[in-house]
Design a protein around this ligand. Structure first.
Ligand SMILES: [Zn+2]
Length: 393
């Protein structure tokens, strides 16, 4: 058993406690959380930390299998060129891929991340995930804009689904509006309905994605055309990508919309009026890496949207750290309260991934992991460029 105290405890689902005390058992289960000790309490076994204690971070969007791309892809090229480059790069030998996966997972653990929503196109992460060093939900991702490829692509995803280590969370999910045909969407829909699935889809990462659906023009249209894909049966809709694809996914599934770089307040409000279980995921450092543009965070707050945070992968990021993502959001939008950022990166993500009974907040009975944040502005309790995270449980 350990008793831990810090300048502040942020349990997330209840008010912050100045000099609060957390009692945990040997497995990290929270036994008690209480306000500061009074002078005549026995404090001999109390661990004191300077800083703020929060629950473990939840990373809602990663591609662990792409960790070997660290430092290989050019920054600031725009999404269409990024897609071209990532498809053109040669994959290394399997042992190099596996080593990069192990290192990336270790980095996430050291950065206080306890659960990950991870995209997989293959099985290279399965062995690592079976070690259960952290919790995952694996989204087995499919893409094929050419409808004639739908069946083979989907069959392959079902094989990957069946091969996935038993007892671990999984679903089959679409890659993006511009990379999944109607036929493939229908297969995902039917499979999701019978498997009570949660879904994740890359959303509105650049204007080119909207242009494709609005007017059948733009950078993404040109990129798809450059692959020789037959687009004669694809027609402009006069609508953006999100209204076109939303109803191709089950209304009963929790849906994670990832990136949202060019999503407007009008888009958010309309989408929320159509679907009750939406989560909006920000990966701001990946957005800066690829597009040099950030989402309109204020529009999401104004709309009372449920937001979460992800790191994306080493193909498009400099680190796998939720704190680094929060620092970028905070620097860009200093008005967003610290507590809101913490909620996005803990309990909201745990709810989306289905782990909120164990993770996401410091509550009796949970095993959320504990992180110590330091380098916080002591007057405003806000993140600073010097903020750091240390995993203490
Ligand atoms: Zn991604």
């Amino acid at each position: 058993m350990r008793k831990i105290t810090a300048d502040y405890i942020f349990p997330i689902t209840s008010k912050p406690l100045k000099d609060g005390v957390i009692t945990i058992d040997d497995k990290g289960t929270i036994l008690d959380i209480s306000p500061q000790m009074i002078d005549d309490d026995d404090q001999s076994d109390l661990e004191h930390h300077r800083g703020i204690i929060i629950p473990g971070f939840i990373n809602c969007h990663c591609h662990l299998e792409l960790s070997f791309f660290k430092g290989m892809l050019k920054e600031h090229t725009g999404l269409d060129v990024f897609i071209r480059d990532i498809l053109a790069l040669q994959r290394p030998e399997l042992d190099v891929i596996l080593k990069s996966i192990d290192e990336a997972e270790n980095e996430m653990i050291n950065n206080g991340i306890v659960a990950v929503g991870d995209i997989s196109n293959g099985n290279t992460t399965y062995l690592q995930k079976a070690k259960r060093k952290m919790l995952y939900h694996t989204f087995i991702e499919v893409f094929a804009f050419d409808p004639t490829k739908s069946k083979s692509v989907f069959d392959n995803a079902v094989s990957l689904f069946n091969e996935y280590p038993s007892g671990l969370h999984k679903s089959i999910t679409p890659h993006a509006p511009y990379s999944v045909s109607d036929e493939l969407f229908r297969m995902i829909y039917d499979f999701s309905k019978t498997h009570d699935a949660i879904l994740s889809i890359h959303n509105q990462e650049c204007e080119g994605e909207n242009d494709l659906f609005l007017t059948k023009t733009g950078t993404i249209y040109e990129r798809i055309k450059s692959w020789g894909t037959d687009l004669s049966n694809f027609h402009a809709t006069g609508k953006k990508s999100l209204p076109i694809v939303l109803h191709k996914m089950p209304e009963t599934s929790k849906i994670l919309l990832v990136h949202n770089t060019v999503t407007t307040e009008e888009d958010i409000r309309w989408t929320m009026s159509q679907h009750e279980q939406l989560y909006w995921c920000f990966c701001p450092n990946a957005n800066l890496y690829i597009e040099q543009k950030l989402p309109n965070f204020a529009a999401f707050i104004n709309s009372n949207a449920r937001c979460v945070v992800g790191t994306d992968s080493y193909a498009s990021n400099w680190s796998l750290s939720i704190l680094d993502e929060l620092k970028t959001i905070s620097k860009n939008s200093p008005n967003i309260p610290f507590e809101t950022l913490l909620k996005w990166s803990t309990i909201n993500g745990a709810e989306f991934l289905g782990y909120s009974d164990q993770l996401g907040s410091i509550e009796v009975g949970k095993q959320p992991g504990l992180n110590l944040l330091t380098g916080i502005d002591s007057n405003t309790l806000a993140l600073t460029p010097d903020s750091k995270v240390k995993k203490i449980i």
